[in-house]
Design a protein around this ligand. Structure first.
Ligand SMILES: [Zn+2]
Ligand SMILES: [Zn+2]
Length: 379
């Protein structure tokens, strides 16, 4: 392990020990900003995230590299020497490692640029709730620091260490949360004819909603409609007057997401009308689809191959969602996965209480970032 790898490992483990939840990343932001200033970068940390600018040569082209800073409300189960010191909060998605790989790249590129233009280092808050990228964009980050392309790395436990995988087009699904409230008429369980039992109407809706993916979308569209909660105000001998259905929709194309919402509203209104009652529905898309642009994605694959990394340039899409989607919707971008290893805590699924980022990935990720910058902004 060389000196930089040692320092990056200490830095990653220090981030791991002090995790902070989305939009509460105050100490984390301060550490990132201090480190970037120490490397001589121009730093902007007045907004909700941290931006570092590194310029080389005379060119006016620019690209953005993004890392996320937030942790999760999970109690860490591991017993290594750098476990979370904040009870109930844990870096269980490896964002501690994402920040460290990007800070490592900033250090390498500051010491030995080999590129021409501006690298915009983006450290965003609150990825896990899908709010951080939107917040930075709303603050004007893309107007203040224009960039031609934008990139993000996410570690992937269960994949071989350092394996790079991505794909052009859709890489992460959208996630929308819905809530349907059925306004029936409650009453005595022995006299259903007097009221309108909200539970029967709700049951009809749960089944009808399942026909959207199977009968309304093309086979293989990859959308999912899941009703995950069914709440009523009924009692053992009281028919409920109100039922609330909550759930989650995933889609792999914006058109499918819009079609699912449209069909859901039709079904909700139609079933309610059949029973002579009303129903309301809310549908909030927390994460839009992450769509990789062809050119930056091809560049990622070429860069990884050039480094002799095991590279998959057309992997299957991920079922999880990513709020980097909002950057990709505004600027041509590429979201890539980097194998975190297959064994031990490094192979455990993201968001599990015994997961850990693999420190062996730190130099690989930093080198990949630096090589990508030199590829996209050639000197
Ligand atoms: Zn996560
Ligand atoms: Zn994550």
């Amino acid at each position: 392990m060389d000196e930089l790898h040692q320092r990056l490992t200490q830095m990653r483990q220090a981030f791991h020990q002090d995790p902070e939840l989305g939009f509460d990343e105050h100490r984390t932001k301060a550490k990132v900003a201090r480190h970037l200033r120490g490397l001589g970068l121009e730093v902007h940390d007045e907004g909700c995230g941290v931006i570092g600018l590194l310029r080389a040569g005379s060119g006016n082209r620019a690209i953005g590299l993004r890392a996320d800073m937030d942790a999760l409300p999970i109690t860490e189960a591991s017993s290594h020497g750098y476990v979370s010191q904040n009870p109930g909060v844990m870096h269980a998605c490896g964002h501690d490692g994402h920040m460290t790989m990007l800070l490592g790249a900033a250090e390498k590129l500051a010491a030995d640029p080999g590129f021409d233009g501006t690298v915009v280092f983006i450290f965003q808050p609150n990825e896990e709730h899908g709010l951080g990228a939107k917040a930075m964009i709303a603050e004007g980050v893309l107007e203040r620091f224009p960039m031609e392309e934008v990139f993000a790395i996410h570690n992937l436990p269960g994949a071989p260490l350092g394996q790079v995988s991505t794909r052009p087009g859709l890489i992460c699904s959208s996630e929308s949360l819905f809530e349907i409230t059925i306004h029936g008429q409650g009453g005595h369980a022995s006299m259903p004819q007097v009221g309108v039992d909200a539970i029967t109407v709700g049951a009809e809706l749960v089944l009808a909603l399942q026909t959207i993916v199977s009968r309304k979308l093309a086979p293989g569209a990859g959308a999912v409609v899941s009703v995950t909660e069914f709440l009523t105000d009924g009692q053992r001998n009281v028919l409920p007057g109100t039922a609330t259905l909550k759930g989650d929709v995933r889609a792999r194309a914006p058109e499918d997401r819009e079609a699912v919402e449209r069909f859901m509203r039709q079904i909700v209104q139609g079933v309610a009308a059949t029973h002579g009652i009303s129903a309301d529905m809310t549908f909030n898309t927390e994460f839009i689809e992450t769509i990789n642009a062809p050119e930056p994605t091809a560049a990622v694959a070429a860069t990884a191959r050039g480094m002799d990394l095991d590279t998959i340039s057309n992997r299957t899409p991920m079922s999880f969602s990513e709020d980097f989607a909002h950057f990709c919707a505004a600027v041509p971008g590429c979201f890539m996965l980097l194998g975190n290893g297959e064994e031990g805590p490094q192979g455990q699924p993201l968001h599990s209480d015994d997961y850990d980022f693999n420190d062996a990935l730190l130099p690989i990720g930093s080198d990949l970032w630096a090589a990508l910058v030199r590829n996209r902004l050639p000197a």
